[in-house]
Write a protein that binds this ligand. Structure first.
Ligand code: GTR
Length: 399
């Protein structure tokens, strides 16, 4: 009898321990002690104190670490890319904008992928226009080219009135956001990726899509190819960071509420963790990333290094006050720990020691940040500040 009670007690204890391990931590005092991997030291132990060594050795090393351990490889080659206009309306949005609906087709190994790009260009502003490109993870309703449906997720009129072109594509065309169908997109062009432990998965495919849109935008005489910002919210914000890190043609990056495996430090283990994200979304990152389930300290990188790889190009990260799942403090720390990469370029981002108060954005900076009141979302408040940030960085500094 005694043995049986002990046995039941043991099962109960093991079970409740397991539950605690999987519960998100929202208590600052329970954040473990951690040391971030060193940003400015090469894998051979050489100190990086200028941008030459950074660009020739350290940055490529980091790209490789992120590819091999987290997002997977980023295939560069393809057989052919074509652009055709589905619609070209010089007087859209009541005459305020030119609307181009562009069908981008990418061919590789007898396979074809189609991306439907929606692009509005301001009529009343100087051409070529600077542009924002949204990696849209929230459905086509948010980017309606007819403007019958309007949404704060992609407030096209606001951008046009501010003198910016505004573009979007839908992530599902690159990799459906589903565990059983994600391979029916870019991965049909690169089937070998599916077999590789460091192979591309959905987030990598979305970032790859942003680069194909960039390929098109560089051919469009109405767009200033040197002033294109990539924007993403949440899972799209993980992709916008990865796109800007991999593709240096993006002049500016915005990552809204991107949290775990986005802008937030993994080692803090606050809110969403690697194991949680890998369990719920096993098709977002490479198979190798599963090795770090409950093993954040073993990662050779942390997310501040992802931001560093974008330097000297400006990055804006955000959070929302009700969205502790995305670890606001860990996001701000990530930006701060990326600063040394900017310093190599003579830029001192000078983020304040403490994160700013709610609704007090830091926008006139290379590393910008805000925490907005409210829930996990991409809102008008966010966009208004992204525009200020772009105004500051595009108009006041030459790249
Ligand atoms: C959540 C996920 C987050 C974030 C979010 C979103 O379920 O845990 O990492 O990506 O979805 O995309 O809105």
């Amino acid at each position: 009898m005694k043995g049986l009670i002990l046995f039941i007690l043991m099962i109960y204890t093991v079970d409740s321990l397991a539950q605690t391990a999987d519960k998100p931590n929202y208590d600052e005092s329970k954040v473990p002690e951690y040391t971030l991997p060193e940003l400015l030291k090469t894998n051979d132990g050489v100190k990086v104190n200028n941008k030459q060594v950074w660009e020739a050795i350290r940055r490529p090393e980091l790209i490789r670490e992120f590819e091999d351990n987290i997002y997977g490889q980023m295939p560069q080659g393809f057989d052919r890319i074509t652009y055709s206009f589905i619609n070209d309306n010089k007087s859209a949005m009541e005459g305020k904008a030119r609307l181009k609906e562009v069908l981008i087709k990418v061919f590789n190994k007898d396979q074809k992928l189609e991306i439907n790009l929606i692009l509005f260009i301001p009529n009343r502003a100087k051409r070529p226009s600077p542009a924002f490109l949204l990696i849209n993870n929230r459905g086509k309703e948010n980017t309606d080219p007819t403007r019958i449906n309007k949404s704060d997720f992609w407030p096209a009129e606001l951008l046009i009135d501010s003198g910016y072109a505004i573009a979007a594509f839908n992530v599902d065309e690159l990799a459906p956001d589903q565990k059983d169908t994600y391979m029916n997109g870019v991965l049909r062009l690169y089937p070998e990726q599916l077999a590789a432990n460091n192979g591309m998965r959905a987030i990598g495919a979305w970032a790859w899509g942003a680069s194909r849109v960039m390929d098109y935008l560089l051919t469009d005489p109405d767009i200033d190819g040197k002033q294109i910002a990539v924007v993403g919210h949440s899972r799209g914000g993980k992709a916008s960071l990865w796109a800007a890190a991999e593709d240096q043609r993006f002049a500016l990056c915005i990552t809204n509420c991107s949290g775990n495996t986005g802008a937030a430090l993994a080692r803090r283990q606050f809110g969403e963790r690697i194991k949680t994200i890998n369990t719920k979304f096993p098709y977002w990152f490479s198979p190798n990333y599963k090795k770090f389930n409950d093993q954040e300290a073993l990662l050779p990188v942390d997310q501040h290094m992802l931001i560093s790889m974008i330097a000297p190009r400006p990055v804006y990260a955000t959070n929302a006050s009700d969205d502790l799942w995305a670890d606001p403090k860990g996001t701000y720390l990530s930006l701060q720990n990326a600063e040394p990469a900017y310093v190599l370029y003579g830029i001192k981002p000078n983020l304040p020691a403490n994160s700013p108060a709610i609704n007090e954005p830091i926008v006139n900076a290379s590393l910008a940040y805000h925490i907005r009141e409210g829930k996990h979302d991409l809102t008008l408040f966010d966009w208004i500040n992204f525009i200020k940030f772009a105004n500051y960085n595009f108009k006041k500094r030459a790249f």
